[in-house]
Design a protein around this ligand. Structure first.
Ligand SMILES: *Cc1c(COP(=O)(O)O)cnc(C)c1O
Length: 383
């Protein structure tokens, strides 16, 4: 079965009892037990709920994993995974990590004695050099945010295997539609389902998928005792959103490709970052490990003044944080995701005052191109 068929038929999509065409909302905290003498499959919704199980099975199917676990947010999923490590453990992570993950590491995990070294995600030698005797895991996020740098997943996995380390990846930007890390040897896959998986900017949710029995049980335990479960209505919405993930991703990625070409050729644009462009330094690796450059890109205009006049002229994309919705979303890292990063550090990371990130929605490609063209037309050409 291929992915688009899998999304509709690959898991328990229909209610077995009534035949209902979508899994019902089991809106309950507890379950009447047949007898007090013994337990049963479902007893209490924090431990398990049939609506949540359906979503968990769905994402596991799409990632090609045996265990799926649903959380109240992407951050809840990331915390559940990272707080599985012990005091004295050390992890290596890519430096362009999601801001929330960075804060979790620096402001929470540090207090529990779990240390992290951040490395240039594109530099294999840096990953290797950072490994110490107490290193337990390597954590990736590729393509990175907001510069869309690409890490070679298989080479990091090979490095991890040679040192008996666990590999974890935040696969939010690609979705299982475009990148299947478990098949590339990664142990634990994490998603902010808030983004492309749900896809409608109306739910905050997180998912973890693994094939490893030990990790499957560990994350399930973390879900139960840390308690960050996804509510049933959000599970239902996420499943409903996910059914069209294939169609949405294809349309958005097709537009993203065209947009990246328009930007690359435009005299008011300094630089474009999109791993689906042949000129992108990570293009070949991206081609090897994913089936598309994805639906997120970033680009650099002359300066902040250019950014402001461009954003004001733009009509279709909404200005917002977040990404992965049906609507195109324009973000300005300097005042949004990177607002707390000191200017010097921000610039060092390549997040300049001219940088904008665009999450491409499912609008007609021609309309998006025309809108971008007219907004760029308001700017002074750079060449
Ligand atoms: C949004 C995002 C997160 C955090 O997810 P929430 O659902 O907002 O908690 C983590 N990683 C990446 C790459 C994200 O884009």
């Amino acid at each position: 079965m291929r992915d688009n068929t899998k999304l509709i038929h690959g898991y328990n999509v229909f209610d077995e009892v009534t035949g209902a065409s979508s899994i019902p909302l089991y809106q309950c905290s507890t379950f009447k037990q047949t007898s007090i003498k013994e337990g049963q499959d479902y007893t209490y919704s924090r431990f398990g709920n049939p609506t949540r199980s359906a979503l968990e099975e769905a994402v596991a199917t799409m990632e090609g994993g045996r265990y799926g676990i649903a959380f109240a947010s992407g951050m809840s999923a990331i915390s559940a995974v990272l707080l599985s490590f012990n005091q004295g453990d050390h992890l290596v992570m890519c430096k362009s990590i999601y801001g929330g993950t960075f804060q979790l590491v620096n402001e929470v995990m540090k207090r529990f004695g779990i240390e992290v070294t951040f490395v240039d995600e594109t530099d294999l030698t840096a990953w290797e050099k950072a490994i110490r005797p107490n290193t337990r895991g390597l954590y990736l996020e590729t393509p990175s945010n907001p510069l869309l740098q690409v890490t070679d997943i298989q080479r990091v996995v090979a490095l991890a295997k040679a040192h008996q380390l666990v590999t974890m990846i935040d696969n939010t930007f690609m979705t299982p539609q475009f990148q299947k890390p478990l098949a590339l040897g990664v142990d634990v896959v994490i998603h902010s389902a808030t983004k492309f998986i749900n896809g409608h900017s109306d739910v905050v949710a997180g998912l973890v998928v693994t094939n490893d029995e030990k990790w499957g049980q560990q994350i399930k335990l973390q879900q139960k005792v840390l308690g960050g479960i996804l509510g049933v209505e959000d599970c239902w919405l996420t499943m409903r959103g996910m059914k069209t993930m294939g169609l949405r991703m294809d349309q958005s990625a097709r537009s993203a490709e065209k947009i990246s070409q328009l930007l690359e050729d435009h005299p008011a644009v300094k630089k474009v970052h999109y791993p689906g462009l042949a000129s992108h330094p990570g293009y070949r690796i991206q081609q090897k490990q994913a089936t598309s450059g994805g639906a997120v890109l970033s680009f650099e205009l002359a300066d902040q003044a250019a950014v402001y006049s461009f954003a004001e002229a733009l009509e279709l994309p909404i200005a917002a944080v977040s990404l992965g919705g049906v609507e195109s979303i324009l973000s300005y890292p300097v005042t949004m995701s990177h607002a707390c990063v000191p200017k010097e550090e921000r610039e060092k990371q390549g997040v300049t005052e001219g940088l904008l990130r665009l999450s491409v929605g499912i609008e007609d490609t021609e309309d998006l191109l025309a809108d971008l063209e007219q907004a760029l037309g308001k700017l002074k050409p750079l060449f």
